[in-house]
Design a protein around this ligand. Structure first.
Ligand SMILES: *Cc1c(COP(=O)(O)O)cnc(C)c1O
Length: 424
């Protein structure tokens, strides 16, 4: 807040306006360094902190427990979600792992959405199951499915909306009412939309998890994760697990992420506008069989999208299916030049992914197909290039795929000695 010299009582009886999202992202939780006056959060690489006397410290002891740069990021991420400081981790999956270890033990049960991030599915099916944690995956787009899956030993409901990569939505407020009624905490993976567009804690969720690697850092330069909640006891437990298991965010990655968050609201607005243009162009393309984007008029859950997403924005993620199945899809993926073929999303670059062979390769085929992840589905994370350039790249690759041109990849291999492009 700006303090004026005219501070006699009564001079300003207007209440201060609540700062807007850009103001909060740039200033919330952050302050100039009291030691040096540095405007920007200093990068503190020290592993350890000197005690002034026995039992007298400045709040940090050892960087596995806390670090001043990481603390700044935590305060900033809490501020943008009207929550206490977040707990930050070295990756999104480290954040999820700590949350699950904080809430679940042997004999406990979790109910999860069936179209959540592939790495979360793998963590439950291949790691936590071995520790005696049971899990049930349900189509959470019908909240009643969550209710029916609850058991006396259920200790967690975990959902993601929009679903990755089908974009199917879950009504977070409806699931929160069901979970609360049963006394079970609800966690939401809010990586796709971030608190700029979707605020699960305001809709009744108990905790949010993020891969800050994606939109929050936003420039593909720092891996990280966070847990955000208004439940101080839960945050304390997550911080304790982090200390015990050692998954804290690294200082330099935290420093980069602090910088990224400052433009998060701006970027999300532009990502959303660009994605809508790309989605409409794909929708009008005769060789595209389907486009999944919550901002399109014919999106099946349009009413929920309008209610749950803020500011008329729907994020940068969409998925689509080209006519001609897997073969045509692979040709499109190999044919794009501006879009980067990567296993990533939420960055300034437009990123294209083949879920079946990339992000969801470890998800069993039947489970994949049951949730609509078909062999020919393509996921697009629309970046901040001019959308017309992205559209031109996709339209050319789609036209070539339709004509049976093998794609830019094969063509480029003939020209040079580059390593062959293989989708893994
Ligand atoms: C990437 C991602 C994760 C995992 O985060 P990492 O930082 O890669 O460990 C979790 N959830 C969603 C939705 C993601 O996109």
């Amino acid at each position: 807040m700006c303090h004026s010299t005219f501070d006699e009582p009564g001079a300003f009886d207007e209440p201060a306006p609540t700062p807007g999202p850009c103001t909060t992202a740039i200033h919330g939780g952050l302050a100039p360094d009291p030691e040096t006056g540095a405007l920007v959060t200093p990068l503190v690489q020290s592993t350890t902190y000197v005690n002034e006397a026995v039992g007298l410290s400045k709040g940090h002891a050892y960087s596995r427990v806390s670090n001043p740069t990481v603390s700044a990021l935590e305060a900033q991420l809490g501020a943008i979600e009207d929550a206490p400081p977040a707990v930050c981790f070295v990756t999104g999956l480290a954040a999820e792992t700590a949350l699950f270890l904080a809430l679940l033990r042997q004999g406990d049960h979790a109910v999860l959405g069936d179209a959540i991030y592939g790495g979360t599915v793998r963590l439950f099916r291949q790691v936590l199951s071995g520790l005696g944690v049971e899990s049930t995956f349900v189509d959470s787009s019908d909240p009643e499915n969550v209710r029916h899956a609850l058991r006396p030993n259920t200790r967690l409901v975990f959902i993601e909306s929009p679903a990755n990569p089908t974009m199917k939505l879950t009504d977070i407020a409806a699931v929160a009412r069901i979970a609360r009624g049963a006394g079970v905490p609800l966690a939401v993976d809010n990586t796709f939309l971030t608190p700029v567009i979707q605020r699960p804690l305001d809709l009744g969720a108990d905790v949010c998890v993020y891969s800050t690697t994606k939109h929050i850092e936003g420039h593909s330069t720092a891996i990280g994760g966070s847990v955000v909640s208004r439940d101080e006891a839960l945050l304390e437990r997550v911080r304790f697990i982090r200390k015990c298991t050692g998954g804290i965010q690294a200082a330099f990655q935290a420093w980069l992420t602090v910088r990224g968050v400052k433009t998060l609201p701006l970027r999300l607005r532009q990502h959303s506008e660009n994605a809508l243009k790309v989605a409409r162009a794909l929708r009008a393309n005769p060789h595209v069989a389907a486009v999944n984007y919550p901002g399109l008029d014919d999106f099946p859950q349009r009413e929920l999208a309008e209610r749950q997403h803020r500011g008329g924005l729907h994020g940068g993620l969409l998925s689509f299916e080209v006519a001609g199945g897997t073969e045509a899809a692979v040709r499109v993926l190999n044919g794009v030049r501006l879009c980067s073929l990567v296993e990533h999303l939420g960055s300034v670059e437009t990123l294209i992914t083949h879920p079946v062979t990339m992000t969801h390769a470890d998800v069993p085929r039947e489970q994949r197909l049951a949730v609509g992840i078909t062999d020919g589905l393509i996921r697009l994370s629309v970046g901040l290039e001019e959308p017309e350039d992205v559209i031109a790249d996709l339209e050319r690759a789609i036209a070539e795929a339709h004509r049976g041109v093998p794609g830019g990849c094969a063509a480029r291999e003939e020209e040079s000695e580059v390593t062959p492009c293989v989708i893994r």
